[in-house]
Design a binder for this molecule. Structure first.
Ligand SMILES: O=C(O)c1cc(=O)[nH]c(=O)n1[C@@H]1O[C@H](COP(=O)(O)O)[C@@H](O)[C@H]1O
Length: 279
């Protein structure tokens, strides 16, 4: 099986470096004229699939918005994961999982084992029980051509108090995460399969991202105030590995198919301009 890094490189070369988050907030459902229930969730999700599945490289459904409707919500999630993947996109499921190693192995089986109903190309993970506790995820991802995106410097204002705390060896917690993920990606070409999450809102991080050799997911664009121009400041020389991610900024332009497509095109134009200006 080809690695996630190889597959990501190919799909972003063909479709452009863009991730669209699928976050069916109650407020968005209302704006789209949909009910805040499973029927509304289904209609919303299928409209995003119809508008964008064949043109955007990566989709990041936010699991929480599906989980809140129980098994019926998860059935919708399973269905759109399948449709997005059949349309040639990669699915990065935003679940931010993390636990002790033996439990992490079960999360890995849930999302990164091809026989699972919720199998996806990659997931988000939380490293705050120790990056090493995520090893079963890294192992299963590597075995099956999957990816794991580990939180490093998140876009929310509260993140810094934990992530920028200085550990006993003088590095910040975030730099420790960055360094451990860098080791997992060492030597991979064209890019490794273990990613990091660094928010577009965090400014000049003061952290060294130069050796990650893996994809850098940048959420926080649009609704949270980050702009494509900010990416240069945040990522510096690592900007070539950035996967910019927009949710509400694109979804807010629905429910018309044309509106969603125009918003995704605009986002891609913005990030392309920012990434090429930097190279
Ligand atoms: O892991 C993430 O995707 C994530 C990390 C982070 O630091 N900040 C962040 O906003 N996210 C997610 O990215 C999405 C942002 O949505 P918008 O603000 O609408 O673009 C949400 O699903 C968040 O859960």
């Amino acid at each position: 099986m080809e690695s996630f890094g190889v597959r990501l490189d190919r799909v972003t070369a063909a479709r452009g470096p863009l991730c669209v988050g699928i976050d069916p907030h109650a407020g968005l459902l209302e704006r789209w004229g949909l009910s805040n229930d499973v029927a509304g969730l289904t209609r919303f999700s299928e409209t995003v699939v119809e508008a964008l599945a064949d043109r955007v490289a990566v989709f990041k459904p936010q699991s929480a918005f599906y989980e809140q409707f129980g098994s019926k919500g998860l059935a919708v999630l399973e269905s759109i994961i399948r449709q997005l993947r059949e349309a040639g996109a990669l699915v990065l499921l935003d679940v931010k999982r993390g636990d002790i190693g033996s439990t992490v192995a079960a999360y890995a089986a849930a999302y990164l084992d091809p026989s699972s109903p919720l199998y996806v190309d990659a997931i988000t993970a939380s490293p705050f029980l120790g990056v090493g506790s995520l090893a079963p995820m890294f192992d299963l991802a590597a075995k099956n051509g999957g990816g794991v995106f580990v939180l490093a410097l998140t876009s929310n204002p509260e993140g810094g108090s934990v992530q920028r705390a200085v550990a006993a060896d003088g590095r910040t917690v975030a730099q420790t995460v960055i360094d451990e993920i860098s080791q997992l990606n060492a030597g991979a070409t064209p890019i490794g399969s273990m990613g990091l999450v660094v928010g577009a809102t965090v400014g000049d991080t003061g952290h060294d991202l130069s050796r990650v050799n893996g994809p850098l997911l940048a959420p926080g664009l649009g609704a949270q105030g980050g702009t494509a121009q900010d990416l240069r400041t945040v990522f510096g020389s690592a900007i070539g590995s950035v996967l910019p991610s927009y949710s509400r900024e694109v979804l807010g332009k629905g429910p018309e198919i044309a509106g969603l497509r125009a918003a995704a095109d605009r986002a891609l134009d913005d990030v392309r301009a920012a990434l090429s200006a930097a190279s």
